[in-house]
Design a protein around this ligand. Structure first.
Ligand SMILES: [Zn+2]
Length: 223
């Protein structure tokens, strides 16, 4: 028997479209088959178990990450020089596809942690070609600005320190420039214009990655 009924997703990210009415095939005593949803949750990577109850289909267990996943990693920058680019896997080569699917927030958070363990602040950002912006005394923002109705960017251009071209890898990768060189990184082997070295006060930097946050809106007018 097939029918169109509401789906209660129990906090998981399962719906590619903005509707919660789905097509369900149900046989008595069997787990209902739900059409048009992700096979696994785009945040926690779990495959949902469905049950039919009171005229609706429910996911049995709640999502483990009701707020999505925000990762925080730290990077030691004793040289005071940052190399800023998309891909630094020539030196920091964690297997970003190990663990949960890289298409999920959990898999991406695992990649962020694994890269940070090797000394690289890494963050999947889609093919958004973001830039690094100064933000106040000792803060920075990695984002792509949007333009308002008067074509003014949401982040001031005079604060822009580096551009990140994500054509080859949909991510930013930032490391201590001297650490990268000490581990074998060779500036001459990188394509010209594909990385920037910026001066920052030496110290430890904390990176907070918001892309996996639930409801993260990449077109929001404020960073
Ligand atoms: Zn989930």
């Amino acid at each position: 028997m097939s029918s169109q009924i509401p789906l209660h997703i129990n906090g998981h990210a399962l719906l590619p479209k903005r509707t919660n009415v789905v097509h369900v095939f149900a046989e008595p005593g069997e787990e209902p088959l739900v059409a048009g949803v992700h096979f696994t949750c785009a945040i926690c990577n779990e495959r949902p178990v469905y049950v039919l109850r009171d005229g609706a289909v429910h996911v049995q267990k709640p999502c483990r990450y009701p707020r999505g996943i925000i990762t925080e990693v730290t990077l030691d920058v004793s040289s005071g020089k940052l190399i800023v680019t998309a891909d630094l896997r020539d030196v920091y080569d964690a297997d970003i596809h190990a663990g949960a699917s890289y298409n999920t927030a959990l898999g991406q958070a695992q990649a962020v942690e694994a890269m940070a363990d090797l000394g690289c602040a890494y963050g999947p950002v889609g093919n958004s070609c973001p830039s690094l912006y100064r933000n106040g005394e000792d803060g920075y923002i990695i984002a792509s600005p949007i333009l308002d109705d008067d074509d003014l960017p949401s982040l001031p251009d005079e604060n822009r320190m580096a551009d990140i071209c994500t054509d080859d890898l949909w991510a930013y990768s930032i490391a201590d420039f001297e650490d990268w060189q000490a581990k074998g990184g060779t500036p001459g082997q990188k394509r010209l214009g594909h990385y920037t070295v910026v001066d920052v006060p030496p110290g430890t930097y904390r990176f907070t990655h918001h892309v996996g946050e639930r409801g993260f809106d990449k077109y929001a007018p404020t960073p």
